[in-house]
Design a protein around this ligand. Structure first.
Ligand SMILES: [Zn+2]
Ligand SMILES: [Zn+2]
Length: 463
């Protein structure tokens, strides 16, 4: 019995409501009496707090953390004799070590972040945070941890030596033993689980594709190779900007010494999808495609999806999840080919986009906007609606949901005026307008002319 006016059971039950491991630690350190209460039931208390942190997908989250390669096997070996045991209650019942809590918290961040993105892209674009129902969220998170485990077990690092290896054997395509190992691991899951995993592998590849599309990397085999870096790396690469994505993709490429993708990555082509499709075909007796309802609605219930066919408020085009509004700006700021700051200049009128000498160029760089912690095209839109809208756009409203074509249309009509305003605000000297304005050809080849006159204006003579 402690010397506090509280029963030990009450203290114990308070512990089980703590939302984070840090709160639990702080509570235990408050007094010796609290510590003693914790010591009587450390296991159930840790499990209860872990459940509060992770949620119902805790067994899958623990399984990811607790898979370790045995000591005499390295990540350099392409065959894996050390496959994870099937999912069981064993993982949840084992004591959660304090050091495991860090890994749990790290993975929770990535899985929740991905759930937010999934919700934004597939359930309800009006919110940046997840709108998944408790059941949908549970399905999403369990499946995402299962993908995470798969990428840990079949790490791309394992196949570094693979090329030489298959050449020695004169084999083509994926090695049957590697394929079998994957099949063994995935066969432990029920059919519904496999549809969920497959559906999330498509979602992750979409993020990769949307993000690196900016750099024109578009190859389904390449998407698979990058998928093998795993959900956490994909999430952080997306979050920390596209540059990190290229680094991640280079990491995979370098470690695999690519020559021809199909030949070089037989072990990563169809990384998750091929073995699942193989198992499902055997179980269901039919080929599985991405458009099947079992895949499309593996995580979300069809009737819960909102705004899938919503139209653009200006042109009426059915754009659904691709509509632009405050909740989707961040996503498109990273993924749009045209609206990304590095490509925004292509929307400038006349010959301005070919003028590489003018000071305005330094305002259309990634560095400039990253330092300001703003998304360039969003700053332009806000400026337009903040009293700078030209009369042609009288009927356009700040809270319109717009398709990408319409966003481009309104931006390109204002971009040069905004740029000039921004430069003046930043203390740039006001130059005399060139008579030809943005249509001037000389600005594209004469540095002297381009730096002497302003071209962010309309043509006033010789029209
Ligand atoms: Zn439109
Ligand atoms: Zn000129």
């Amino acid at each position: 019995m402690n010397r506090l006016p509280l029963d030990d059971d009450i203290i114990d039950s308070i512990f089980t409501f703590l939302p984070t491991f840090a709160d639990l630690q702080a509570a235990i350190l408050t007094s010796k009496a609290f510590y003693q209460v914790f010591e009587t039931r450390p296991n159930s208390t840790m499990r209860a707090v872990a459940y509060n942190v992770v949620g119902p997908a805790l067994p899958q989250a623990l399984r990811v953390l607790r898979f370790h390669l045995s000591q005499n096997i390295s990540y350099e070996m392409c065959y894996n004799k050390n496959l994870p045991a099937p999912e069981s209650n064993y993982d949840i019942e084992r004591f959660i070590l304090p050091k495991e809590t860090f890994g749990l918290v790290e993975n929770v961040k990535a899985v929740r972040g991905l759930e937010d993105l999934f919700s934004l892209r597939h359930k309800d674009r009006r919110f940046e945070s997840s709108q998944l129902s408790p059941e949908e969220s549970h399905r999403f998170q369990s499946a995402m941890y299962r993908v995470m485990l798969y990428c840990k077990v079949f790490s791309y690092r394992r196949y570094r030596m693979y090329r030489g290896f298959i050449e020695d054997r004169g084999a083509v395509g994926i090695d049957p033993q590697v394929f079998e190992e994957r099949e063994v691991v995935l066969s432990d899951y029920g059919t519904k689980d496999l549809y969920e995993i497959l559906s999330l592998s498509f979602f992750l590849k979409d993020i990769i594709q949307d993000t690196i599309e900016v750099f024109d990397v578009e190859d389904s085999n390449e998407l698979d190779t990058i998928l093998s870096i795993g959900p956490s790396s994909i999430y952080y690469a997306f979050k920390d900007s596209v540059v990190a994505f290229n680094a991640a993709s280079n990491d995979v490429n370098e470690s695999l010494d690519p020559m021809d993708l199909q030949d070089t990555y037989p072990s990563l082509c169809g990384y998750i999808s091929k073995p699942i499709e193989f198992i499902l075909e055997q179980r269901e007796g039919k080929k599985v495609s991405r458009d099947d309802d079992e895949v499309r609605y593996a995580i979300l219930k069809a009737e819960n999806i909102r705004g899938e066919h919503d139209c653009c408020d200006q042109c009426g085009q059915d754009a659904g999840f691709d509509l632009f509004g405050p909740s989707t700006y961040n996503y498109f700021g990273k993924t749009s080919r045209v609206l990304h700051v590095s490509t925004l200049r292509s929307l400038l009128p006349g010959k301005l986009r070919f003028n590489t000498h003018d000071r305005f160029n330094s305002y259309l760089t990634q560095d400039f906007w990253q330092n300001r912690n703003e998304i360039a095209f969003v700053a332009v839109l806000e400026w337009i609606y903040d009293g700078h809208k030209s009369s042609e756009f009288e009927a356009w409203n700040k809270d319109d949901w717009l398709c990408e074509d319409c966003v481009q249309h309104i931006l390109s009509a204002h971009l040069h005026v905004w740029l000039l305003d921004l430069m003046i605000k930043n203390g740039e000297a006001v130059l005399e307008d060139c008579w030809y304005g943005y249509n001037c050809r000389t600005q594209t080849h004469s540095q002297h002319h381009a730096t002497r006159l302003n071209h962010l204006c309309v043509q006033t003579r010789f029209r």
